[in-house]
Ligand binder design. Sequence first.
Ligand code: MOS
Length: 718
Amino acid sequence: MRGAAPYAAEFAFDGMVYAALVFSTIAKGRIVAIDTSAAESAPGFVHVMSHYNAPRMKPMMPWASSEKAAGNDALPIMQDDRIRWNGQPIAVVLAETQEQADYAASLVRATCEAEPATTSFAQAKANGTETAMLGGQPVHIEIGDAEAALATAAVSVDATFHTPYQNHNAIEPHAVTVAWHGDELEVHDASQSVAHNAWSLATMLGIDEHQVHVTSPYVGGAFGGKFMGTHQVLAAAASRLAGRPVRLALSRAGVYRLVGGRALTEQRLAIGAARDGRFVALIHTGTSTHIPGSPHPELAQFVSYSSYATDTLKIDLQWAYLDMVANAAMRAPGEAVGSFALESAVDEVAVALGMDPIELRIRNEPATDPLSGLPFSSRNIVKAWRAGAKRFGWERRNPTPRAVREGDWLIGMGCGAGSHMYAREPGGSARLTLAGDGTVEVAIAAHDAGMGTATVQTQIIAEQLALRPEQIELRLADSALPGLVPGVGSSQTTTAAATTVAAKHEVVAELLKLVRGDSPLAGLTADDVTPRDGGLAKIDDPGRHESYASILTRAGRDELTIDASGGNPTESEQYSMYSYGAMFCEVRVNAITGETRVSRLLGSMDCGRVMNARTAAGQFRGGMIMAMGLALTEETLYDERTARIMNPSLAEYHIPVHADVPKIDVIWTGIPDPHAPLGARGIGELSMNGTAAAIANAIYNATGKRVRQLPITLDKLL
Ligand code: MOS
């Protein structure tokens, strides 16, 4: 540890002050008065901002409401006396040190007038729900009469599943350090969307996009929580007001109050099957909590769009509105909780049929996309199931629940399928500069929040241009760089890879224009040559080679700059594209205490070409560990009278720790997708899906208890 990697809360400016937030303690109402007199006489106090003196700013812009919008809601920030959720920031206190800011903030007294608020799921549902919208379309699909088919099916399962609120808990809490230089704003953020955040800040503050510069070189985990948030806006506004640079680092509790997480869901999952296992009806409906204007539907039902062949299908999502902070995207939004319900129900059908659950899934493999009818670009989930089953020792599983016991420990095995839709961002572009010494700099506003973007993209550039990794300088995560490449939807590798492939073609074309008549490459066209050994060579005659350095130097050029664009992702209009996972779990459940221990986990993935085995395996393991939290421990507890989150800390919100996590095995088919750039589909969110069901199904196999409400805590097993 040298401390050489600057995180957002480690950039320092001369004269910088520290911010602390004051949060509302009611769910809805009006601020009558804020008394800051005690805070103002506290040691080190510098300034306080509230709706009384905050600069006028436009409201937050939610994701997709514009090309670079990246907020979780459409709310104004500190512009009026309204309280919209419990935990809303109502004042920002600035002081010379963080401790002084925290203390002074503790002295701020707000008088608020509470209004009736919707603070429980039951109340929200009773108020009436609305059909969820996605991309301007209602989330409601009916193919055939699924209810009728279910009613007459030989075997049927019709069950309700519940998943709780969950919060983001990246190892690095959200932070931002900002400084104004005249009318220019410098922002050091912990972000997965630097270009979006620069544009968003500029738009909200009423300045030009180019007056805001956001960098985010190192991020301690993002997972969908680190897009545009409230805290960056507050820091920029407070800094302008105080005339001092500001660092605003959210406390762990601050992250819970401001950022939001996974929305609460209630899902009906019904499957009707023929005796031979064929699905005749699939119904996936339900309700999730929401606030108006939020762009994140928590579309649990999405997993049922394309997973299985079925004669009839019914999908519906309702939104129930609560006066709480808007939910954020949280690793595999919708899919993580939806796959828990779907894959648990598939397991229940297998039990009802007396059929192996893997065989049941394979029997319902669709030939083409069940909804769109499009061909799959590449779908090898059956291979993944077979390979995973063999490696996991699935044939040793006793299908009878509660049949395997070691002392007090009941042992069971379960499985679940996961999938994640392929995505590639249309805004992918990069600047590639080939220098006279043959080295290359590639600049792209993509992000590395720990997933290995820097490593994998360096590797891809090296491969495409036949350079050594040390000849490549990759610049990332800076809004001044080209490319609109948010770290979203497991899409960065494909988005950036497409730009690199495009850049390679342009490099070849441009270099061929520069080769001299006496070059070994003279007279060759782009179709004749390929990058080789730090230069270009004739494909079928590698002896005809000239290095990049030589081509440039002899042409009298210091460098060659290429602006490349990856183009529109038309592949996903022509093909149904998903990554797949066959997830396996073994649990040990204590028959006396109900304590569950995951003893083995295996992910058998089919995600196209794996670009880097080490970083990919890390992504898969990370998602499976997060899914262990989803299955067994994570739950945001809130007071149903006040909507106050009661456990905003790692002491009371339990994420898996090392002692909880077994050795996790990951394998993959490695079959390149012929329709994805370089054959690679996304991998980041994939292993979140199917894993919680695999754990729940293993618990059923161990205990005979079917728990349909997450997290599966020990009380539910006694
Ligand atoms: Mo994500 S939940 O698209 O970081």
